[in-house]
Design a protein around this ligand. Sequence first.
Ligand code: SF4
Ligand code: SF4
Length: 129
Amino acid sequence: MAVKITDECISCEACAPECPVAAILDEGNEKNPFDNLFYVKPESCVECIGHADEPRCVEACPTEGAIVWDMPYTLEFNEHYRDGHESGVYNIREHKKKGLMLPEQKEQAFISEVSMSDRESNAVIGRWS
Ligand code: SF4
Ligand code: SF4
């Protein structure tokens, strides 16, 4: 991903309309692996690169801790997303011909300034710090 929505989410619906790449699914969406949370599709999120200076979902979110950093959606983290898909953390889109759209199929843009330690620890994204 990129960014991830946590169980702090109150399903207020503020973030999804702000996403420039329609990466956020509401809790009723059949492609959302979670019942009570909004969900960011990691194979779609570009961390708002080319659209805004900061993640727009975070700007819209009223709930501290609901949106955190995740690993970049790059080949280096292919196993991270594949394993998460297999364990139900992610629901990666399946392409008819290409198969699972893991980073090995299509990497996504990410903010290189974000430290790997912040990503590994799912640190809350900057707005409240
Ligand atoms: S960081 Fe940007 S692209 Fe990613 S889910 Fe949030 S609004 Fe969408
Ligand atoms: S804006 Fe925040 S609290 Fe509201 S649905 Fe999105 S992640 Fe959840």
